[in-house]
Design a protein around this ligand. Sequence first.
Ligand SMILES: [Fe+2]
Length: 267
Amino acid sequence: MNVRLAAITAKLTQHLHDVVQEFQVTEDELIKAIDFLYQIGQKNQYLLLSDVLGVSVLVDNITHSSQHHESATANSVEGPLYRNEAPLMHTPANICPEYSGGDILFMSGRILSFEDGRPLAHAVLDVWQTNEHGIYENEDPDQPDFNLRGRILSDENGKFEFRTIVPAPYEIGKTGPVGDLMKAIGRHSWRPAHIHFKVSADGQRTFTTQLFIPNDPWIDSDSIGAVKESLILSIEKCDSPDEMRKRGLDRPFYKSSYDFILHPHRM
Ligand SMILES: [Fe+2]
């Protein structure tokens, strides 16, 4: 017998009974609930349901609780849009070589060891994000393959830099049973604009997080509840002719810096 599964099932059953009792759930509502779960399966939206119920973020926090430390980088969920084997690039990299619009952003920073603060050379910063319309390349036939994705290697000093664009907020599960539920209960489905990161280095625990664009209209009400204060970027606008010339640009751009701190395997 699986003791843990038995205990979880008993507790879940008890809570379900409480809800049914409290709201005097009708047969008609029960059939609708069962059909809803059937539709979730048909549309492959169980992960999305877990996201909007806040369960994904909660489990992620529990899983990485031993990593929680004020001076360590906060973790966040990977989400469903990650792709393996994004192009490998040296720093400084450009993850949108076929620029077609949006505010240009230069992201830089260091990858450091939590243990002794030393910079981690040849760490891999796996990055993925939406375009300026809030769309990932694998959901958009108009974007080049692996657009706005890359695995960027840190240099000898643990530093990285890449050119990208400022991503945009997006709605999750606009169609399908999760979206229908959100509409029916008066909740929006927006996620504030963010950049996903998966950071790995020899001897360090691979680490996944998201960094958020400040002043986003949805920053205080992320539909999956993934925003943490320490994950909100500071972004600076650069519009002096000198700075633009140095970057070879004819328009203002933005820059931001963030250091990632990795935990060794044994911690
Ligand atoms: Fe995302």
